[in-house]
Ligand binder design. Structure first.
Ligand SMILES: [Cu+2]
Length: 265
């Protein structure tokens, strides 16, 4: 019976030690609720989870232009300046369209390009061949983990100042981006890409990060992107593990003491 107890002890110890071997730094997940810009009708959720210096981005959005690639970025500021999502008031030329240039005064520069593969720097801002494509219902589900080495300096320190922005609208309702909708994108032109439709670069949704710095549960939205999120504070898990270890040690000592007394008797 004592031998059985020892086996249980060994197995439990291995499990607990394995659990405790994780990162010392607690994971952090912050959420953003994506709301439409340019009357796009786009809604969605985004979750940013840090773990060991890496960053996992999960986005679920609906109402996008079907079958079209949607450039998406984390916008913000390395200085921690807190930007906002744009409003119609930012349509400075009053043409009824919020261009990326007009909106960037609110949501800041591109911090990270949320591409599906490869480079994720601001250089890939308009790498539409590596941007996610909405399905035929205008749905987009995105998940990517960016290695710590691919993240701009200071990004994780300024999670609360970030904005998730998606681009791509269909002004003339013909189901695709074309220059007949809103002309040529001056934003793209200034980045050295002439002839890109304005429709492809105008913002379609924006979400401000909420609850930065603390693990939070999903904001009532069906955020099911997986990952180590869901409001479980890792430190409490580690504390629980430590208490289990202490209990097991006590159990082992008691068993040993009992057996010792038994052998002497
Ligand atoms: Cu952007």
């Amino acid at each position: 019976m004592i031998r059985d107890a020892r086996w249980v002890l060994v197995v439990l110890s291995v499990l607990v030690l394995g659990w405790q071997a994780g990162p010392a730094v607690a994971d952090t997940t912050v959420h953003a609720r994506l709301l439409p810009t340019n009357h796009s009708g786009v809604h969605g959720t985004a979750a940013l989870t840090t773990h060991d210096g890496d960053l996992t981005v999960v986005i679920h959005s609906r109402g996008l232009v079907p079958g079209q690639p949607h450039a998406q970025h984390l916008h913000g500021s390395a200085s921690g300046k807190h930007f906002m999502c744009p409003s119609e008031a930012d349509d400075t030329n009053g043409d009824g369209l919020l261009t990326n240039e007009e909106a960037m005064g609110e949501y800041g520069d591109i911090y990270l390009s949320l591409t599906t593969r490869g480079d994720a720097s601001a250089d890939s801002a308009l790498a539409v061949d590596r941007m996610p494509v909405a399905d035929d219902q205008g749905r987009l589900d995105y998940r990517r983990t960016f290695a710590a080495s691919d993240l701009p300096k200071g990004l994780l320190d300024h999670l609360s100042a970030l904005h998730v922005v998606q681009h791509g609208i269909d002004v003339n309702g013909n189901g695709r981006y074309d220059v007949k909708g809103a002309g040529v994108s001056t934003f793209a032109k200034n980045l050295g890409a002439p002839g890109v439709p304005e429709e492809a670069t105008d913002p379609s949704s924006c979400g401000m990060v909420l609850g930065a710095g603390a693990p939070v549960s999903p904001l009532g939205a069906p955020e099911t992107g997986g990952g180590p999120i869901g409001g479980v504070d890792r430190s409490s898990v580690l504390l629980g593990g430590s208490l289990v270890m202490v209990s097991l040690t006590f159990l082992a000592l008691r068993l040993r003491g009992r057996r010792g007394r038994g052998e002497r008797a």
